[in-house]
Design a protein around this ligand. Structure first.
Ligand code: 6PG
Length: 245
């Protein structure tokens, strides 16, 4: 399925547009199943969106928020209170401000160390999604690295070849911290909705390589089998994209 491309003037308007789509997905999922599953992105880009979701949280009634389950697309193998922790960023910017019960937040127990944390996280996901061959998350949020990585799936990583496991630990010497835990491509591509949030001129060339040239960078391998793929970019990040994609 072709990706939907949405370009906004800056990160704030991009995040506002994204929040509207997210509220719609949560409401639809609640209507269809009585709950919603959302995978959060790490890094810095999503923080603006997370704060807007809190500011606009009354768009979703409390009784619905209580049935929203949050997961993480990836995590760094650091303690949850570390400044490098994706959980710490999401917890501080959003989760602690939403009427979501703590049991609904599936934190990667990164303090166990990457390999053990990956096994533990997969076990808990399988417990939640029961017998599904792969979990079908209602919404997966992703960021884009300048090298074309997404979640903690980096160029050349053996994790990109994984066909069965839901969660893997990886070690990436080019980034700090190097030890990571990540959802795998089969899981990400089983999602109902996948949304990339990309902001800043430093991502423009990478976005062009993926969306126009279709270079096989890790983020390009995100092609939901039967889900919706949305690329949300601000003007800076979209400046090399041709009009017609
Ligand atoms: C992480 C993220 C990673 C991130 C990109 C973009 O743990 O770092 O999952 O994939 O989304 O590196 O990061 P920025 O939003 O900080 O540019």
């Amino acid at each position: 399925m072709k990706p939907e491309i949405c370009v906004a003037s800056n990160l704030t308007t991009l995040s506002r547009k994204a929040s509207k789509i997210i509220f719609r997905v949560i409401r639809d999922s609640f209507r269809h199943k009585g709950f919603a599953t959302v995978v959060l992105a790490g890094g810095s880009t999503p923080e603006t969106l997370y704060r807007i979701l809190v500011r606009k949280k009354s768009e979703i009634q409390s009784k619905i928020w209580e049935r929203v389950y949050f997961f993480f697309g990836d995590e760094r193998a650091v303690p949850p209170q570390s400044r490098f922790s994706n959980y710490r960023m999401a917890q501080g910017a959003m989760l602690r401000h939403l009427p979501v019960p703590p049991r609904n937040i599936f934190r990667v127990r990164s303090e166990l160390g990457a390999a053990k944390a990956a096994r533990d996280y997969e076990k808990r996901l399988r417990g939640f999604f029961k017998k599904d061959p792969f979990p079908r998350f209602d919404l997966v949020l992703l960021g884009l690295g300048e090298d074309g990585h997404t979640a903690s799936l980096f160029p050349g990583s053996p994790a990109l070849k994984e066909k069965k496991r839901w969660v893997l630990s990886t070690r990436v010497s080019s980034v700090k911290p190097p030890a990571r835990i990540t959802l795998t491509l089969p899981v990400l591509n089983s999602a109902e909705n996948v949304m990339f949030l990309v902001s800043g001129s430093n991502k423009a060339w990478t976005a062009e390589r993926i969306l126009n040239r279709k270079e096989e960078l890790p983020a390009r391998k995100i092609q939901p089998r039967s889900g919706r793929l949305i690329w949300m970019l601000d003007h800076e990040a979209a400046r090399f994209l041709k009009r017609r994609l």
